[in-house]
Design a binder for this molecule. Structure first.
Ligand code: NAX
Length: 332
């Protein structure tokens, strides 16, 4: 049997973690032959709830779970971890400005970056889910200089899944027949869901989504808007933010990073920019990536229309502003 790997989930008492932990425990991320030891981090007021979650982990009776560590101490949480799901963050409360949220969360990710730097394995794979996800990932990486920058990613897979599903629904095809939808930029309402390079498979043939839908007004208008504001629409209906779908997206992201993407397909992840597609270097920006041997690579040479270029620049601008604010908070 394989040696267990150590997997940390932060915000372990929260609603996304509640779904995520059961999927990790079931083998959905690291495979059904890979035992895991779960490291569960949350803050003191959440320890009672986390105790209940741990009782439920016992009661799942899943053979892959070789143990768990329940803690409020980042040093203990990040000790020797192979993979990290950074979900925990302060939620936006009424009357709170975006700036206040950014400043509270950036501080959390500074502390966690320092703890990862000191205690985690150097090849740890870090997925940041907590918002503002891209900028949190950037800060985390900044404070973990001994870990390669490529090991820090931010989640835009939920946006990708939303876009893929919306296209499949419109075309009345199975969601698995829609390939290579790309999310560019920030996990925020400035993100650009791009189907210009996406395709639909049907009876062995691959056709571009643009040709299949044949309605650029919808594709460049309502479709983009719907994906950009989908999170808010779920909150309005459910009175709580997306959790089941967010957990599934985190599973998809980490599973693909761990086991790779298939030939000719790509997925979207917030990764450190190397200047590709004119994106400013050093931002954590969602890009199309293909993955093999646990290494992601930006897919080059995709067609960027003038329309798309405007959208790419807009979301980059927002990320540059976030970065500046975040660095100011950290240096204060
Ligand atoms: P919850 O409020 O249910 O859970 C968050 C948990 O984090 C709580 O248990 C809280 O005690 C804990 N926490 C707070 N500060 C912490 C710290 N310093 N260390 C460890 N734990 C800490 O939120 P949930 O619905 O689970 O969402 C978590 C985060 O995901 C939020 O920031 C949310 O905005 C973000 N999301 C990101 C998405 C993405 O696509 N990137 C989509 C879904 C989600 O909105």
């Amino acid at each position: 049997e394989n040696e267990p790997i150590r997997v940390v989930v932060t915000g372990a008492a929260g609603q996304i973690a509640y779904s995520l932990i059961s999927m990790i425990s079931n083998g959905d991320v690291f495979g059904t032959k890979q035992p895991v030891i779960l490291h569960l981090l949350d803050i003191p007021p959440a320890m009672g709830v986390l105790e209940g979650v741990c009782m439920e982990i016992d009661d799942l009776a899943l053979p892959l779970v070789k143990g768990y560590v329940k803690t409020t101490d980042p040093a203990e949480a990040f000790k020797d971890v192979d993979a990290a799901f950074l979900v925990g963050a302060m939620p936006r409360r009424e009357g709170m400005e975006r700036k206040d949220l950014l400043s509270a969360n950036v501080k959390i990710f500074k502390v966690q970056g320092e703890a990862l730097d000191k205690h985690a394995k150097k090849d740890v794979k870090v997925l940041v889910v907590g918002n503002p996800a891209n900028t949190n990932a950037l800060i985390c990486s900044f404070y973990a200089p001994s870990i390669p920058k490529e090991n820090f990613t931010a989640m835009t897979r939920l946006d990708q899944n939303r876009a893929q599903s919306a296209i499949a629904k419109r075309l009345e095809v199975c969601v698995s027949n829609v390939k290579n939808v790309t999310i560019w930029g920030n996990h925020s309402s400035t993100q650009f869901p791009d189907v210009f390079n996406a395709s639909v498979q049907s009876s062995g043939k691959s056709t571009s989504v643009y040709d299949c839908i044949n309605n650029s007004q919808w594709l460049e208008g309502e479709f983009i808007k719907t994906i950009q504001t989908r999170g808010a629409a779920v909150i309005q209906a459910r009175k709580m933010s997306s959790a089941m779908s967010a957990a599934k997206a985190a599973v998809d992201h980490m599973r693909d990073w761990w086991s790779g993407t298939s030939d000719g397909t790509w997925v979207s992840m917030g990764v450190i920019s190397d200047g590709s597609y004119g994106v400013p270097k050093g931002l954590i920006y969602s890009m199309p990536v293909s993955i093999s041997n646990k290494q992601w690579k930006i897919v080059e040479g995709l067609k960027i229309t003038d329309f798309a270029k405007t959208k790419l620049d807009l979301t980059a601008k927002e990320l540059l502003e976030e970065k500046e604010e975040a660095m100011a908070v950290c240096n204060a």
